[in-house]
Design a protein around this ligand. Structure first.
Ligand code: ATP
Length: 233
């Protein structure tokens, strides 16, 4: 579904991605894990089209995205739930969700909204309250639910567990795992290697702008190098 080959990107004269290769197959949850500063966010920004790439190709559902602007990528089914959530705090929960469906103006939006509320009952309870009043975990659920309102076939998630209490972290990973049942393919970028790899079909480990290791989620969790470097074991 998504193939990245030889991707390089830079900020000014400093190259931060030095030739990244990976694939995400339809229906998979794939994680890219790595420490703070490894380049994970930059990579997702390249995929969503807001960060220029200097070399390489991104192919999504058979179409080369390199020259495709960000808004068209969303229409093609590639959606991002950004780091730091970026919800509209002054708008209500429901308004935030409806904004996620800005591409559509049909009655299916109401059905999608009902589905989102069924998946996240707490958002239904608080649908008329301003989103800024939600807890961190609830805001993260709103960010994911809002991205789903765009009916993506592939969802890019940037650090959904960031800044959450452990019990909420577990809940968020459960939510991400549940996206499989909705036929949404997921590329998950995380510093929480254990949480991410536990729910992933496959994973890639990124260090200073390069992919240094890949395997199934289980293989990577069991690998002594990963356990020492990322899992604190
Ligand atoms: P984090 O988990 O903190 O988001 P990350 O793995 O996502 O880390 P990036 O944010 O992609 O890493 O950063 C990769 C490198 O690019 C880092 O060295 C960072 O300092 C640098 N960088 C990020 N944003 C910019 C920017 N706007 N201008 C210059 N350098 C940047």
């Amino acid at each position: 579904m998504l193939t990245v080959e030889g991707l390089r990107s830079r900020y000014g004269r400093i190259e931060v991605l030095h030739g990244i290769d990976f694939t995400v197959n339809s229906g998979e949850i794939v994680s890219i894990v790595g420490a703070n500063g490894a380049g994970k966010t930059t990579l997702l920004r390249c995929l969503s089209g807001v960060q220029p790439i200097t070399h390489g190709d991104i192919t999504f559902r058979g179409e080369v995205l390199t020259a495709v602007p960000a808004h068209r990528r969303i229409r093609l089914g590639l959606a991002q739930s950004p780091e730091g959530r970026q919800i509209f705090t002054k708008l209500s929960v429901e308004e935030n969700l409806r904004l996620g469906a800005f591409l559509y103006s049909d009655e299916r939006v109401d059905k999608d909204l009902a589905d989102a509320f069924a998946m996240f009952p707490v958002l239904k309870e608080k649908r008329n309250l301003s989103a800024g009043g939600l807890s961190g975990g609830q805001q993260q659920m709103l960010a994911i639910a809002r991205a789903l309102m765009g009916r993506p076939s592939c969802l890019l998630l940037d650090e959904p567990s960031m800044g959450l209490a452990p019990i909420l972290v577990a809940q968020i990973f459960d939510v991400v795992k549940g996206l499989k049942a909705l036929d949404v393919t997921v590329l998950l970028v995380e510093q929480n290697a254990f949480g991410a790899l536990s729910i992933s079909d496959r994973g890639y480990v990124m260090e200073t702008g390069r992919i240094v290791m890949t395997g199934t989620g289980g293989e990577l969790i069991a690998d002594p190098r990963i356990r020492e470097a990322y899992l604190g074991v």
